[in-house]
Design a protein around this ligand. Sequence first.
Ligand code: 3HC
Ligand code: NAI
Length: 695
Amino acid sequence: MSADYQVHGTVAVITLNNPPVNGLGLETRAAAVQGMRRALADDAVNAIVITGAGKAFSGGADIREFNSPKALAEPSLASLIRTVEDSTKPVVAAIHTVAMGGGLELALGCNYRVAMPGAQIALPEVKLGLLPGAGGTQRLPRVLGLEAALNMVVSGAPVLSEKLAGTALFDAVFGAEDNLLEQALAFAEKVADVRPLPKVRDRKVDYPNHEAFLQFSRNTVKAMSGPFPAPLECVETVAASVTKKFDDGLAFERERFIALMQTNESKALRHAFFSERMTSKVPDLPADTPVRTIAKAAVIGAGTMGGGIAMNFANAGIPVTILEMKPEALEKGLATIRKNYENTLKKGKLTQQKFDQRVALITGSLDYAEIADADIVVEAVFEDMGVKEAVFKKLDEVMKPGAILASNTSTLDVDKIAAFTSRPQDVIGTHFFSPANVMKLLEIVRGAKTGKDVLATALALSKKLKKTGVVSGVCDGFIGNRMIEQYSRQAGFLLEEGCLPEQVDKAMEKFGFAMGPFRMGDLAGNDIGWYIRKRRYVESPEITYSKTADLLCEMGRFGQKTGGGWYDYKAGDRKAYPNEEVNAMIVKHSADLGIERRKISDQEIVERLVYALVNEGAHILEEGIALRASDIDMVYLTGYGFPLHRGGPMFYADTVGLPNVLGAMERMARGRHGDAWKPAPLLVKLAAEGKGFNG
Ligand code: 3HC
Ligand code: NAI
């Protein structure tokens, strides 16, 4: 059953029942219409209450249905709402916890709405690249007024029910101790005989000089919505609540909603919504896997990463001790953390009370004995196996039994690190991204012997730290850095063949990346890649790289931290200024290699860089390093600035069509460094089967 039906005295109660959030899928809609018909046909029923079982009144249309014909099948949400609105007996929406999207739209079709305090009220469709498609843009302005409704529709942000008490949206907001069903039944009995039945559609939206307000809104929203068409469409449809008759407004809204559903931008946002929630689902990790308590943490190393990692624990209310080798390094690390918090305080993004709390939760130590009772210790010392070995041997010696021993290594073998201890089941990789207190991504590296409870604890911890935790198997670079290496290699080859850094960066930024590869290199430090390449020249001499990045480092240009890298920078200004000397070095290097530089199109730049990610992603998927394509997409969306409206590299490849991706790769294989374009077998297989990475 996806909606239950019961009669209490003279009141029929229809309870939406479609876990987890009573999404209004086809079966639920049909059962609700059926309930309405039963109630209308029963002479003993004088009024109807619609409510939701479990965790929500309703989270809206069932997004899981959106890519299937069920989404628009009858009874549609619009038909259900019409049935409710046309009812000859009063209908009361009894709202608790969540009334969002189609759920709120259903409530707006009812004659009355009553709510518990603390319920989240929203029309969040814009966050999925949509607009409310079942009357929300026409009915909400009729109860809240044009301005408040427009804000809710364009932002998608939830408002608590008690904040909306006193508006025409709610007829009553009860007390926290009240029983919703009892109160709603009493309310329904009270209004059972009131006629005419109040209907939101009969109300008018009054807003003097609405055109000026709407034009202002269009301009503001347009400037803020980037590549997404939905926010402006939201303005246009809400505008129709003033400028069109109700039914015409509804028809206009429906047409724009269906058009937005087909856009790649909306498909990408819907993909991201589900992908984010999928990351914590690991096939061999049942939901009841025990988790260890994390009440106290420790971090080894107070450098760039250690400080940021410690802040994450403090921000989540978990006391944390940072351990360093030398007092100066410890002092420096703690001072950086304090400065970071002070900056946030100054910007008004942190209250004094929270500042004090967080600073107090972070302590420093030079003595392992002081961290021995931590429930988790995250190692963030130099990226050197010898140093890691010494640290993990010491941790094995001192840490209490059951403590989780985590490493923040970005490239080293977590299984080897685990083997330094007598408890490899307690060892796991937690790969934070820089700046660790800001970036959402956390790669959780599962070693061959990592305990299931340790993995489950790390996943739960990632949520507590407000991170997107993505599980990766052990390999060089894990998911994200292993793929970025192929992307960087292509960026280097482009310089040899005819591009300058600025052209490559502009093309990638136009595609939607937050930063092109060369600006990114300057920010992260070009010496990091140089260090890794030097290791590769010895360990894997068969892998080819452009030498331009090495030549740049030989010029001492490591990036922003040395005042310049691919570009020049001015103090107090993050803008990148092309550098003549660097560009001359690039051109000379082509000449030295005997390459005749050619004009390279932006399309080729994007294809080479993005498909390099895709091909390596396919290998990673095939090897089982990533559990699913959508996990790879989440890594790129949350850790590497991949454009959200393109849904991540694997999703983007699906939208382009894998046969097209393969065709482009075959073309590129005929060019210079064509050996880099050997397609991953999984890519070839899926393309032949007419499938995508995401199904
Ligand atoms: N349809 C189907 N499933 C949904 C859903 C929806 N509308 N909203 C949430 N879910 C699922 C999630 O996928 C997740 O499933 P899982 O447990 O299998 O991973 C589960 O519900 C719980 O979701 P959260 O982890 O997000 O749980 P929270 O308790 O933190 O949040 C929520 C609940 C506030 C409802 C949040 O999930 C949310 O914001 N959902 C999206 C709501 C939304 O966008 N509604 C508009 C839909 S479009 C629409 O209505 C079109 C209409 O105008 C025509
Ligand atoms: P860092 O050089 O800024 O800091 C390392 C700190 O560890 C120094 O303060 C040093 O004094 C301390 N240290 C070294 N040996 C120690 C020991 N035996 N005991 C206690 N403290 C010790 O390095 P960073 O950048 O913070 O990197 C740390 C780890 O994080 C490395 O494994 C790195 O690969 C990884 N990482 C780095 C990222 C970055 O962008 N910097 C991103 C993700 C991971």
